[in-house]
Design a protein around this ligand. Structure first.
Ligand SMILES: Nc1ncnc2c1ncn2[C@@H]1O[C@H](COP(=O)(O)OP(=O)(O)OP(=O)(O)O)[C@@H](O)[C@H]1O
Ligand SMILES: [Mg+2]
Length: 254
C-alpha cells in the first residue's frame, strides 16, 4: 500500500507547494520510488510546476467518487505522475454533502498499489478538502515561515489535527514543522523561537533542525517548470531540501 504524505498549513504562501514538489521529486528521483502527486488546491500551482495540465480527470472527481483511476493520472515529460487540480474544487462543499464525506480520499487511496508514495498539496484553508487529506494520510508535514503571524495560525491547525486524530485518523503522524523561506540574516528572536517550539509541542511534533533558506532558484525553477534538483542542484534551497529529505526519509521509511 502506498504511504501517503500531506503538506499542510492554512496560511497562504508559506511554501506548501514548493515543499510538496521537493518531497515527491526527491523520493522518486533519489530513492527510485513510484510517487503519485495529488493537487488538491484549486489554484493549481503544483499542477503547473510539475508541467501537468488541466484535465477532465482531476482531484475533484477523486473526491466526488471516492475512487482513484491510477491509469488516468497524467505522466509528465519529466516522468512524474500527477492528478491535477481544477478550479471547480472551489465548489467542493456543494459536492461533498453526505455522511462520510471526510473519508472520500481515504477510500480512494485504500486500494492503491501502483505507487509507493502519494504526495498531496493542499489549499491555504481548513475545510473539507484538508480534512479529507489529513484523514487519508499516514504523515503530515507543516511548512511555516518564522514570523509571528505565520505561527499564530498554527494553533488553529493544531486543533484541526487533534480533531482528525480523535475522530477520523488516529494514526496520523505529524512529522514536523519545516521552516521555509528562511532569511539567514534575520535573527530569530527568543520570543519567536519559543513560539516555534511551543507550537511544535502543542502539535506533539518537532521542528526540523534543517530549515530551508530563501533562494531565487526556487522561483526561477517554478517559472520554468523544472524541479529544483534538476534546475540547480547547488542552490542553497536545493541543498537544504536535500538535507531535510534525508531526515524525513528516516522518519517515513521504517
Ligand atoms: N525557499 C524559498 N526561497 C524563495 N522563494 C520561495 C521559497 N519557497 C517558496 N518560495 C516562493 O514563495 C511563494 C510561495 O510559495 P508556495 O507557492 O510554495 O507557497 P504555498 O504555501 O503553497 O502558497 P499557497 O498557500 O498560495 O498555496 C512562491 O512564489 C515560491 O516560489
Ligand atoms: Mg500552494
Amino acid at each position: 500500500m502506498a504511504k501517503v504524505i500531506t503538506i499542510i498549513n492554512q496560511k497562504g504562501g508559506v511554501g506548501k507547494t514548493t515543499t510538496a514538489q521537493a518531497i515527491g521529486v526527491w523520493i522518486q528521483v533519489k530513492k527510485n520510488k513510484k510517487v503519485l502527486f495529488l493537487d488538491l488546491d484549486q489554484q493549481g500551482n503544483l499542477t503547473y510546476a510539475l508541467e501537468a495540465g488541466n484535465s477532465d480527470y482531476n482531484t475533484l472527481e477523486v473526491l466526488e467518487t471516492g475512487k482513484i483511476r491510477a491509469d488516468k493520472a497524467q505522466l509528465t515529460t519529466s516522468g512524474f505522475s500527477v492528478i491535477p487540480s481544477t478550479p471547480s474544487l472551489a465548489n467542493v462543499d456543494a459536492v461533498l454533502t453526505q455522511t462520510g464525506k471526510e473519508y472520500r480520499l481515504k477510500e480512494a487511496l485504500a486500494g492503491l498499489t501502483d505507487y509507493d508514495f502519494v504526495v498531496m498539496d493542499t489549499p491555504p484553508s481548513l475545510n473539507i478538502i484538508t480534512i479529507n487529506a489529513l484523514t487519508a494520510s499516514d504523515y503530515a508535514v507543516i511548512p511555516a515561515q518564522a514570523d509571528i503571524f505565520s505561527l499564530q495560525g498554527i494553533t488553529q491547525l493544531g486543533q484541526t489535527i487533534e480533531t482528525v486524530k480523535r475522530y477520523t485518523n488516529k494514526d496520523l503522524k505529524v512529522l514536523g514543522i519545516v521552516l521555509t523561506k528562511h532569511n539567514t540574516r534575520s535573527i530569530l528572536s527568543r520570543d519567536l523561537q519559543k513560539v516555534i517550539t511551543d507550537t511544535a509541542m502543542h502539535l506533539h511534533t518537532n521542528v526540523y533542525t534543517q530549515y530551508i533558506r530563501e533562494a531565487v532558484a526556487i522561483r526561477e525553477a517554478q517559472a520554468m517548470k523544472k524541479d529544483i534538483f534538476s534546475y540547480n542542484s547547488k542552490s542553497n534551497a536545493t541543498q537544504d531540501y536535500d538535507a531535510l529529505m534525508k531526515q524525513i526519509w528516516k522518519d517515513i521509511n521504517q
